[in-house]
Design a protein around this ligand. Structure first.
Ligand SMILES: [Cu+2]
Length: 136
């Protein structure tokens, strides 16, 4: 009767094995929108397009979205960061920990940006014409 509440004894070992050798394959299987280059592709309205700022880096560093997508940056660092598009299209205020900044990309193109406080932090938003990536 009580056996049903006990997890199968092999589970922790399997999890450890996956953690050691299977993470890449597991991610590739679970997240087909992640390419081998580590770029993420987000279709409009499919899932929120979010760039996490962590350890003085943007993740993903290159994010591909369709036109009309709102991208949200979230600062997970203890240091403030400030998003600045290299072409001056969008600029955030200084983001403290857990602060977010959103920008809607209406026009296709490539939008390289940096943290204006730490200019070595670089990222890029790639905006594709709406409809080009829609699969359903
Ligand atoms: Cu910064």
């Amino acid at each position: 009767m009580l056996t049903s509440i006990n997890p199968p004894p092999r589970c922790p070992r399997i999890a450890l094995l996956l953690g050691a050798v299977g993470v890449t394959a597991l991610l590739a299987a679970a997240l087909p929108e992640l390419t081998a280059a580590g770029e993420a592709v987000v279709a409009a309205a499919a899932s929120p397009a979010t760039v996490e700022i962590d350890n003085f880096a943007f993740a993903p560093a290159a994010l591909t979205v369709t036109a009309g997508t709102t991208v949200t940056w979230k600062n997970d660092d203890d240091s403030p960061h400030r998003i600045g598009d290299k072409n001056g299209t969008f600029t955030s205020a200084a983001l403290d920990t857990d602060d977010t900044f959103s920008h809607t990309f209406a026009a296709p193109g490539e939008y390289p940006y940096i943290c204006t406080i730490h200019p070595y932090m670089a990222g890029k938003i790639i905006v594709k014409p709406a409809g080009k990536m829609s699969s359903n």
